[in-house]
Every structure is written in structure tokens, then in C-alpha cells.
Design a protein around this ligand. Structure first.
Ligand code: G3P
Length: 218
């Protein structure tokens, strides 16, 4: 399972990379805007840090405009993956870009039919948004499970990125389904490390070691 960070914040990415468990990064216009940095500069900086797939999203809404933006974004770094929204025009653009060998990530996916079309168009990645489905009282995890099953049925090569992750149990559930990639906020990644029994265990081991050292006069 690959872990991506869903952020455009360099400190968070640097920390994740130092831990050695971050394989890539996903961004979106909201995450970039939050950083108040130059878009292209930030994409290049992220690529240099992570040296793995970095999703950067187009903002054009017509296929021609998306393809033009995508070609430019792809020229910034070999690691750029162009994020394209799931629309009629988006799928048209993905088909053109996949024929050119430009990597794409079809985003804002909320149904199995949308995921099928993304794979048919040759998308490198597809991003179902779990949390946002949960937010409207539906089942985001069920959607991912169904996409995994359908992609397996047809041996589609498009990789599934479980996105809009809100907490560690989302990560556990999609891992049980065998999803290819989970992209998560830094706050969720940090929580994956933690267990109170680990902290209690370390404290007890260190205390017992100090008692032992005292008794041996070390
Ligand atoms: O980057 C796409 C997705 O992960 C966004 O998540 O939390 O804004 O629904 P969220």
C-alpha cells in the first residue's frame, strides 16, 4: 500500500519524507490556496522533496484548456500527475493526455460509474472521496470497496487513491479492501503512529531499566 500526503505544506511533506513512509503527494486548488505560495513554484518544490507522484490540478473546465494546462504542468517535473475533474470534458482530456503518456488523476469521483469511465479513458489514478460522501450521510467506504471489485473484474490498470480521508479507521478499512494508495492529511498520518500502550510500555521499560542499573550500581 502506498501512502500519499494530501497537502501542499512543505514542512509536513518534509517530515513525512524524513520518516521514510511517504510515497507521493496530492494537492488541490484549496490546499494550494491555503499555502499562499506561487502554484508552479510550490509544485516544483514538492516534487523535489518527495521524488514520487505529485498531483497538481487543472482549473480549466473545457477539454482543450485542460489539455493545455496539463501539458504545461507535466513539463514542470517528471513527477507531476495532472489532476482532472470527473466531467464530460475532463474524461475527454484524460483520453488525449493518456495517449501522450501524461499521467492523470481523475478527481471528485463519487460513484462506481465515474470510476469505470476514468479507467476506460486511461487514467493513471482515480480518486474517490470518502469523507465527503460520509458528510452527506452516505457510505464512502462502500464506494471504494465496489470500485476495487469492479477494477479487479476487468483488470483495469488505473490505481485507486482513497481520498478525503478523515481518520485512521478510514485508512484501516481501505487497506483491508486492498486499495492501491491512501492519501491523507498530515494530522491523520501522525495519528497512525500512536497507541497509548506503546507510550505506557516505553515508560515502564525505561523505569525498570533505571531500577536495574541502580541495583547493579552501573
Ligand atoms: O485532495 C482531495 C481530497 O482528499 C480532499 O479531501 O478533506 O477536502 O474532503 P477533503
Amino acid at each position: 500500500m502506498k501512502i500519499f500526503l494530501d497537502t501542499a505544506n512543505l514542512d509536513e511533506i518534509r517530515q513525512g519524507v524524513e520518516w521514510g513512509i511517504v510515497d507521493g503527494v496530492t494537492t488541490n486548488p484549496t490546499l494550494i490556496a491555503r499555502e499562499k505560495a506561487d502554484f508552479e513554484e510550490r509544485v516544483k518544490e514538492i516534487c523535489e522533496l518527495v521524488k514520487g507522484p505529485v498531483s497538481a490540478e487543472v482549473v480549466a473546465t473545457d477539454a482543450e484548456g485542460m489539455v493545455k494546462e496539463a501539458r504545461h504542468l507535466a513539463s514542470l517535473s517528471e513527477y507531476v500527475v495532472v489532476k482532472i475533474p470527473m466531467t464530460y470534458e475532463g474524461i475527454k482530456a484524460v483520453k488525449i493526455l493518456s495517449a501522450e503518456g501524461i499521467k492523470t488523476n481523475v478527481t471528485l469521483v463519487f460513484s462506481v460509474t465515474q470510476a469505470i469511465l476514468a479507467a476506460k479513458a486511461g487514467a493513471t489514478y482515480v480518486s474517490p472521496f470518502i469523507g465527503r460522501i460520509d458528510d452527506v450521510s452516505s457510505d464512502g467506504l462502500k464506494l471504494v470497496d465496489e470500485i476495487v471489485q469492479v477494477y479487479n473484474n476487468y483488470a483495469f490498470e488505473t490505481e485507486i487513491i482513497a481520498a478525503s480521508i478523515r481518520h485512521p479507521m478510514h485508512v484501516v478499512e481501505v487497506a483491508m479492501m486492498g486499495v492501491d494508495i491512501v492519501t491523507m492529511p498530515f494530522a491523520v498520518l501522525k495519528k497512525l503512529f500512536l497507541h497509548p500502550l506503546t507510550d505506557i510500555g516505553i515508560e515502564r521499560f525505561l523505569k525498570d531499566w533505571e531500577t536495574y542499573r541502580g541495583s547493579r550500581k552501573l
